[in-house]
Write a protein that binds this ligand. Structure first.
Ligand SMILES: NC(=O)c1ccc[n+]([C@@H]2O[C@H](COP(=O)([O-])OP(=O)(O)OC[C@H]3O[C@@H](n4cnc5c(N)ncnc54)[C@H](O)[C@@H]3O)[C@@H](O)[C@H]2O)c1
Ligand SMILES: O=c1ccn([C@@H]2O[C@H](COP(=O)(O)OP(=O)(O)O[C@H]3O[C@H](CO)[C@@H](O)[C@H](O)[C@H]3O)[C@@H](O)[C@H]2O)c(=O)[nH]1
Length: 455
């Protein structure tokens, strides 16, 4: 089939590559000419495991094309995916300007019947707006063409995006037209070989399903983070509690990991957008309100532990802290809403200096942090270094923020020799408190009340 994907961010690029891998002829379009130039030159603008060889393979086979010309891209596809960003507006609502602009660009150019697919995460009712945008451009041109707008939300996770797309848990198709549904079924056949992963529903339900999924997952995380904080007060270990409840199939083991709060380009913005959607209808989502508040508070928990350990603001001034992990989660260079940014801001404001390392997000982190803390870079209060070991040179303590594989099993004796003040703050509960303590280091995790009791 001939597929056009508009927007080559995480979702657009992964979708385009995977559709090409399945044998379709795909053209990906982006307004960002530099991104398209990188892709056409064989580069890849994001870090996503497995994506680079897949893009190269399909580009070389002529199945995956990149363009910054709307004329070319709209002419190409019988199915046109809209996968542009829907960032939060100032009031928390999803900013639809990119998707509606893309829809107008399609409406200005289509010359035959097409299926337009909302792949971006968009509030309920957006498919109607996309339909109107296209229809009004057609009317302006005096063109009488049939087209359908389908909602096909994406559930991939960064860092595991290729696998999530190629072997999805489910494929949600929201459509009000049988013909358009049949086209989508055909397109997704190769991704749905052995099991029936297709879930067909009406457009509005599909749009809401995407927000419901992210809101549910964010709720689990905030719930566990709040329980973790309570576990500390009670001398209990949240890791044991997680095992204890996760084995109940009604609860399940996933997304129960306490930490420094959820970040990324999706949960924070989608929780806000759903709250705004409800608020616009005069409805309060009390649980989701609390989920968001708990997450905001959780981003400060590691700083509070560091501060408490060193006896408050006077004790913090002049300390040098090693920070491991900058991206919002492992296996991505995405820094959007990364909890590391909050911790770094707090440490600098308290008069600490920070020496940070991340396996892949260093350039992106430097770009963001240089804009936020230009003086700190200039004065040497903030440095982004080239290795985990370099981060440990001449520091007082270590804070682990993102659980990259390479931080999994450090040599604690070597760490004890490096860290002047002999303490680790583990924001992702990666380490066994007893093992850390056996090396002569103090240990602070999230919700490890028994570790505190043992000290
Ligand atoms: N990142 C994820 O893991 C993920 C997963 C599922 C769903 N989503 C949703 O998918 C959508 C895209 O997310 P993303 O992270 O890929 O976004 P992104 O910000 O990484 O990329 C969006 C791309 O769209 C391009 N763009 C913007 N306006 C355009 C226009 N009018 N025409 C052509 N290109 C345009 C931008 O230049 C950019 O390259 C969002 O709605 C997001 O919520 C994201
Ligand atoms: O038990 C957990 C699981 C995750 N997180 C944090 O939650 C955030 C989001 O993680 P994850 O969901 O793995 O990453 P995303 O790539 O943001 O993916 C989410 O957001 C996407 C965009 O909507 C959806 O498509 C995915 O299904 C959904 O998992 C990260 O900061 C994680 O550290 C925790 O704190 N504890």
């Amino acid at each position: 089939m001939k597929v056009t994907v508009i927007g080559t961010g995480y979702v657009g690029l992964v979708s385009g590559a995977c559709f090409a891998e399945a044998g379709n002829k795909v053209m990906c379009l982006d307004l960002d000419a530099a991104k398209i130039a990188t892709l056409n030159a064989g580069g890849i603008p994001i870090h996503e495991p497995g994506l680079e060889p897949m893009v190269a393979r399909n580009r070389e086979a002529g199945r995956l094309l990149f363009s910054s010309s709307y004329d070319e891209a709209v002419e190409h596809g019988d199915i046109i995916f809209l996968a542009v960003g829907t960032p939060p507006d100032e009031d928390g609502s999803a900013d639809l300007s990119h998707i509606l602009s893309a829809a107008r660009s399609v409406g200005q150019r289509i010359r035959r019947s097409v299926v337009v697919v909302d792949k971006s995460t968009v509030p309920v009712g957006t498919a109607d707006k996309v339909r109107e945008a296209i229809a009004s451009e057609l009317a302006r041109r005096g063109a009488d063409l049939r087209f359908h707008v389908v909602s096909n939300p994406e559930f991939l996770k960064e860092g595991a995006a290729v696998n999530d797309f190629m072997r999805p848990d489910r494929i949600v198709i929201g459509s009000d037209d049988a013909e358009a549904t049949a086209v989508m079924r055909q397109l997704y056949k190769p991704f749905n070989r052995n099991h029936n992963k297709l879930i067909e529903m009406d457009v509005r339900s599909a749009e809401l399903t995407k927000y419901a999924a992210n809101a549910m997952l964010a709720t689990r995380i905030s719930f566990m983070n709040e329980l973790a904080n309570l576990a500390e007060d009670l001398g209990a270990d949240i890791e044991a509690v997680r095992h204890g409840i996760g084995s109940d199939p009604r609860i399940g083991p996933s997304f129960l990991y306490a930490g420094v709060g959820y970040g990324g380009s999706c949960f924070p913005k989608d929780v806000k957008a759903l709250l705004k959607t409800a608020g616009d209808r005069g409805r309060r989502l009390r649980i989701l309100d609390a989920v968001e508040q708990a997450n905001e508070a959780q981003k400060s928990v590691l700083f509070d532990k560091i501060s408490a350990h060193f006896g408050g603001s006077a004790g913090l001034r002049g300390l040098r802290i090693a920070l491991w992990g900058l991206s919002f989660k492992p296996n991505t260079d995405d820094m959007r809403e990364a909890p590391s940014l909050v911790l770094i801001g707090q440490l600098l404001a308290a008069g600490c200096s920070v020496q940070a390392y991340d396996p892949v997000a260093r350039d992106e982190a430097r770009r963001i942090l240089q804009a936020r803390h230009p003086d700190a870079f200039g004065s040497g209060a903030l440095a982004i270094v080239a290795s985990a070991k370099d981060a440990l040179q001449d520091v007082d303590a270590l804070a682990l923020v993102t659980e990259w594989q390479e931080f999994r099993s450090p040599d604690f004796d070597a760490l004890a020799a490096c860290l002047r003040r002999k303490v680790i703050f583990d924001g992702r509960n990666q380490y066994e408190p007893a093992e850390v303590q056996a090396a002569g280091l103090a240990y602070h995790g999230i919700g490890r009340g028994t570790a505190g009791a043992a000290k």
